[in-house]
Design a protein around this ligand. Structure first.
Ligand code: NAI
Length: 729
């Protein structure tokens, strides 16, 4: 049967209806937008479509699908939530969406959702209100409710329909982590009814809609009991537990305990999500919806959600940012990438580059190095296969993109080379010369963590082709890439590095060159202040505990152990030479190096390794003044000193033009260093504190602890002018 195209339904034209016999296929394709998002206007238009289909007697069933090639519905339009001026306004947004989905659920003719691509947030809640869900078996098809990552909860019925469909435990897992699942997992959970190959999706959905309409297939009432899809004893036990009020109470309590331990009181959304789910079980579906909308409204205007949404917008803006001001500059095509050094970083870079579908040629210094590098890449791939994030065929296909050698053959053809050999200027310059000798037109990017790119580029005949691409460890997990440009770097070279980084799935910030660039430069005084506290007699537990309580994922001392004391020592040397005392003294770390206390990789650092739990190693105190006799420090004071070092240095970077914008500074600190996302980053945090208050705190600390707390000149200026870093917000 041929589809009969009809005219768009409304002025906005987000929905097109095509008739396939008695089935109306409603195609959602938001004009002029790369992805489909939901808003009250879209909802109203869809309502009008539904009303018309309700009246149309030739229509007996509906299929809802997306007109976007690789996305179903990405979620609600976040600007709308961000724009809510009060909890009541936020609640009203949720109520409007809930009412729309309620009408959809009660629609008298069966509605089948045909899901291909991202089906997230409000998009999934929309699909949940449909009567049958079919997903395409495609890696791009992902279903989830990521609202908690923005400090929100699903507010369009998600906290009510999800648990009823897949069970409380699975629903809480989806809601509290915000992590999406792929089609097959969604099928196992009962989140979708069927999974089909992408080319069959539409035809299959139409056939199913037809069957549902003619009674060949029975649909269950959606607000009724959840469908039991899972097999086996465990699933039955789980179901029995959830049917029973005491069992449910146990589940909710466990979940609450877990989220409290994880959020340390900083992130309210997960607890509120549990409350909404629980309300639905204790007081019924309608009351559950009411509570969900109320809580959504409260959260929408909470400072935490504001900061998280701002970060989301910053990341989205960076996705569209070419990295250069001139819009006519286009990146060079890159097909082949070279990687020098296949250690911790080089192997990670080879992994993310082949993952982006690019061919990688890797060079190590000897055969053993080649073996280690290949094993490194394979290790990450195997882990993914084990976690079913990829299958063996995909693994093999990715491995085929990688070749390794100890010579320079094959490097004449690479478009871009990322250097990740030891942190040594002479060695890096030697690599640069050797590369230019075989490939005079290729781009040379260094992954150095502290050496100014301009220093390395001094060895170059083509400094316009030299820049920094600073990845973070572990490369396959850390979302940030810091691209560093010198005054000589050609804009096209910058745009090319940014485009490659995006292909690798990274959020890319572009910064100007200088010792430590941005991220290493703000990290050094932060770690130094932590070390300073140890020198003054503080306990490692107190210092690390103060910063994890503040919201960092690990404390600075444990971070030093993880990165390696030797690496920290090299970075401290470069930065100390450039900026002096506030970056820390390399000698302080020398004593640890002399003892072989390199951190985790050596099995000993500030902590002990090998046992089940990491514990502070008292022997590490022996190199510090005061030895093993330690005294108590106030954790708030510890956090203030250490965090303000970082914030002040970030402001210096902005003042000196290392950073293009506070936005880049916030994204760099949050996604590169783990600065607490709920604070939005060092610049948002500075704005929250206010420049005058921050200035006063720094002056107080300077008078007490010395010049390393001297406030950044830009901060003093902003305090005087009453300016904030994000003007107008
Ligand atoms: P690594 O020691 O694990 O790896 C360096 C690799 O380079 C070794 O496998 C070594 O065999 C190889 N290599 C040395 N000379 C070579 C040569 N002439 N030709 C080919 N290969 C050679 O060190 P890692 O941690 O991977 O660091 C590499 C670079 O990345 C350094 O510049 C470091 O500062 C930087 N970096 C490190 C980060 C970290 O967290 N470890 C983070 C960001 C940057």
């Amino acid at each position: 049967m041929m589809p009969v195209p009809q005219r768009p339904e409304s002025v906005q034209g987000a929905f097109q209806v095509e008739a396939e016999g008695v089935v109306a296929v409603v195609r959602f394709d938001l004009p002029g937008e790369p992805v489909n998002t939901l808003s009250p206007e879209v909802g109203a238009e869809f309502d009008a479509v539904l009303r018309r289909l309700e009246r149309d007697e030739t229509v007996r069933a509906v299929v809802l699908l997306s007109g976007k090639p690789d996305g179903f519905i990405a979620g609600a339009k976040i600007d709308l939530v961000q724009g809510a001026r009060s909890a009541v306004e936020g609640e009203a947004l949720a109520r409007t969406a809930q009412a729309g989905f309620d009408r959809l659920e009660r629609f008298r003719k069966p509605v089948v959702a045909a899901i291909h691509g991202a089906c997230l947030g409000g998009g999934l809640e929309w699909a949940l209100a449909c009567h049958w869900r079919i997903a395409s078996d495609d890696p791009r098809t992902r279903l989830g409710v990521p609202e908690v990552q923005l400090g929100l909860i699903p507010g369009a019925g998600g906290t009510q329909r999800l648990p009823r469909l897949v069970g409380i435990a699975a629903a809480l897992d989806l809601i509290l982590t915000g992590r999406p699942v792929k089609a097959r997992k969604a099928l196992r959970l009962g989140l979708v009814d069927e999974v089909v190959p992408p080319p069959l999706l539409r035809a299959h959905a139409v056939a199913r809609a037809h069957e549902l309409a003619t009674g060949v297939l029975r649909r269950e009432h959606p607000a009724g009991l959840k469908k039991l899809r899972k097999d086996g004893l465990q699933a039955l036990q789980q179901a029995a537990l959830e049917e029973n009020p005491f069992g449910r109470e146990l589940l909710f309590r466990q979940a609450l305990k877990q989220v409290r331990a994880k959020s340390r009181g900083h992130y309210p959304a997960p607890e509120k999500a549990i409350e909404a789910v629980r309300q639905g079980y204790e007081k019924g579906f309608e009351r559950g919806l009411e509570r969900e909308a109320q809580l959504f409204g409260e959260l929408a205007v909470s400072p935490v959600a504001k900061r998280l949404m701002e970060l989301f917008f910053a990341q989205s803006a960076l996705k569209k940012d070419s990295g250069v001001d001139d819009p006519t500059v286009k990146p060079r095509p890159v097909r082949r990438v070279g990687v020098l050094g296949g250690g911790l970083m080089g192997a990670g870079i080879a992994y993310v580059t082949t993952g982006a579908g690019l061919t990688v040629r890797l060079r190590e210094k000897d055969d053993a190095g080649v073996g280690r590098a290949l094993a490194g890449v394979r290790g990450v791939l195997e882990e993914r296969v084990r976690r079913r994030a990829m299958d063996r065929l995909e693994r093999d296909a990715q491995l085929r993109l990688l070749t390794a050698t100890t010579g320079w053959e094959g490097f004449a053809k690479v478009d871009l080379l990322v250097e990740a050999v030891f942190e040594d200027l002479a060695l890096k310059q030697q690599m640069l010369r050797a590369f230019e000798a075989v490939n005079p037109t290729g781009i040379f990017a260094s992954n150095t963590s502290s050496i100014p790119i301009g220093e390395i580029a001094k060895a170059s005949e083509h400094p316009e082709s030299v820049l920094g691409m600073h990845y973070f460890s572990p490369v396959h997990k850390m979302p940030l890439l810091e691209v560093i440009v010198t005054p000589h770097t050609a804009p096209q070279v910058t745009a090319t590095a940014v485009a490659v980084g995006k292909k690798q799935g990274k959020t890319v910030i572009v910064v100007n060159d200088g010792p430590g660039f941005y991220t290493s430069r703000i990290l050094a005084p932060y770690v130094n202040e932590a070390a300073q506290l140890l020198v003054e007699g503080a306990r490692v537990e107190d210092v690390d505990g103060a910063l994890t309580d503040f919201g960092f994922p690990v404390g600075p001392i444990m971070l030093l152990d993880e990165v390696g004391v030797d690496v920290g020592h090299k970075v401290a040397k470069v930065l100390h030479a450039a900026f002096g005392e506030r970056m820390g003294s390399p000698e302080a770390l020398s004593a640890l190096l002399d003892q072989g206390r390199l951190g985790r990789k050596a099995g000993k650092g500030f902590y002990t390794y090998g046992g089940k739990v990491k514990e502070v190693d008292p022997a590490a105190y022996d190199v510090l003044p005061g030895g093993r006799s330690r005294r108590s420090f106030d954790r708030n004071q510890i956090a203030e000193r250490v965090v303000l070092q970082l914030v002040n240095e970030a402001v210096r970077c902005l003042g000196e033009g290392i950073l293009r914008s506070p936005r880049d500074g916030d994204v760099g600190a949050v996604f590169g260093l783990g600065f607490p996302p709920f604070l939005g980053g060092p610049f948002r945090h500075a704005d929250t504190l206010g420049a005058p208050a921050l200035l006063e705190s720094l002056k107080r600390l300077r008078d007490r602890y010395g010049e390393r707390f001297e406030p950044a000149p830009l901060l003093a200026e902003y305090a005087r002018l009453g300016r904030s870093f994000y003007e107008g917000r």
